[in-house]
Design a protein around this ligand. Structure first.
Ligand code: SAM
Length: 326
């Protein structure tokens, strides 16, 4: 479907929990306890109904996210249900890699096409510190193993923070030489704990890379949305940039979000949207739900975010990234 700003909306980011096994410093406070109760989370049947409705309005790609989506014990059931929905062409996950190694094959067989793994350092000690407890060696082994399992794409999400991991930019790029993974540099957004860190502009990273490599821009596929990608000749993986601050990408925004408690969220930066929960009962058809979603997107999806502006705007999102889904 097209929204009123004539953007093709074909991508749903579906958060299935706000819980996480890690406490990344820029995402969650160390002693965070303010999680949704499990009875507030959508169950797998509700998720299936919502995704069916989205498929009717033209959503083709679903990314399952969180919190950490793999902490949900019924993750496989959710994956299978989404896999069998007509019109959903791609299923992706954003994960920190928790318990992924032992499930790679089964997830692939059940329709998972793409995996994004968050990895903010290649140094085991630093990784452990940033994530407050993550085991780099397990995650790195998972990443290598995943490249052998016939997924369409394995991508690493790297949030670069000034004086934290900006000394590792070239190490991340070099990783793509022999390992078939794309590395995506994400500018840290001033959301929740992210406000405590200083971002590094992706344009500065690009300038640094251009001093060392010949970079060829590659063309995006339609569901890729705002990321831009480059290839270094003879390297296996690509380098991507997600630059919400230095290059406001809202004209190309192709996505909406559903939070783990069933709120249709129309822009990362604003709390605008509608609660879908009242429409999940058996008395409301999937077609009616689809119409409600379509109207909300058409009428209310903001034209652009104002994250890079200091001017006051109303309806700013106050929830942390674990509740938004990244
Ligand atoms: N637990 C999963 C993971 O670690 O990938 C999925 C959820 S996490 C909230 C999704 C993505 O959001 C991760 O790649 C994480 O690095 C990113 N993220 C979290 N806080 C952020 C912030 N303030 N700015 C930019 N990206 C952020």
């Amino acid at each position: 479907m097209l929204d009123r700003n004539k953007r093709q909306i074909n991508y749903l980011r579906l958060s299935i929990t706000d819980h996480c096994n890690l406490r990344c410093q820029y995402c969650l406070p160390e002693k965070h306890t303010n999680f949704y109760n499990s009875c507030d989370l959508l169950n797998s049947n509700e998720i299936e109904k919502i995704v069916k409705a989205f498929s009717l309005i033209g959503i083709k790609k679903v990314r399952i996210t969180g919190g950490e989506p793999l902490v949900r014990k019924d993750f496989k059931e959710i994956l299978k249900k989404i896999h069998h929905i007509d019109g959903i062409e791609k299923i992706a996950i954003t994960t920190n890699g928790f318990q992924l190694l032992e499930n790679l094959e089964e997830f692939r067989e059940n329709g998972l096409n793409r995996i994004n793994i968050s990895l903010d350092s290649l140094n085991a000690e630093k990784y452990n510190k940033i994530t407050r407890g993550g085991d780099f060696n397990i995650i790195f082994k998972t990443i290598k193993e995943a490249t052998l399992k016939n997924f369409e794409k394995i991508r690493l999400n790297v949030v670069i923070m000034k004086d934290v991991n900006d000394d590792e930019i070239l190490d991340f790029v070099n990783l793509t030489k022999d390992l078939n993974v794309d590395v995506r540099f994400i500018e840290i957004m001033p959301i929740g704990e992210g406000k405590k860190f200083t971002s590094v502009k992706n344009s500065d990273i690009l300038t640094l890379l251009q001093k060392h490599y010949l970079l060829e821009k590659t063309s995006n596929i339609s569901t890729d949305g705002p990321a831009s990608y480059y290839k270094i000749p003879n390297f296996l993986g690509e380098i991507g940039f997600i630059s919400p601050l230095s290059n406001r990408f809202c004209d190309n925004c192709n996505r909406v979000r559903v939070t783990s408690n069933g709120f249709l969220k129309l822009c990362l930066h604003y709390n605008q949207g509608i609660d879908l929960v009242p429409y999940l009962g058996n008395d409301i058809s999937i077609e009616t739900l689809a119409t409600i979603i379509e109207q909300a997107i058409y009428n209310e999806k903001p034209k652009e975010h104002q994250m890079d502006s200091s001017e006051y705007t109303s309806n700013i999102e106050s929830k942390g990234m674990n509740k938004i889904g990244g």
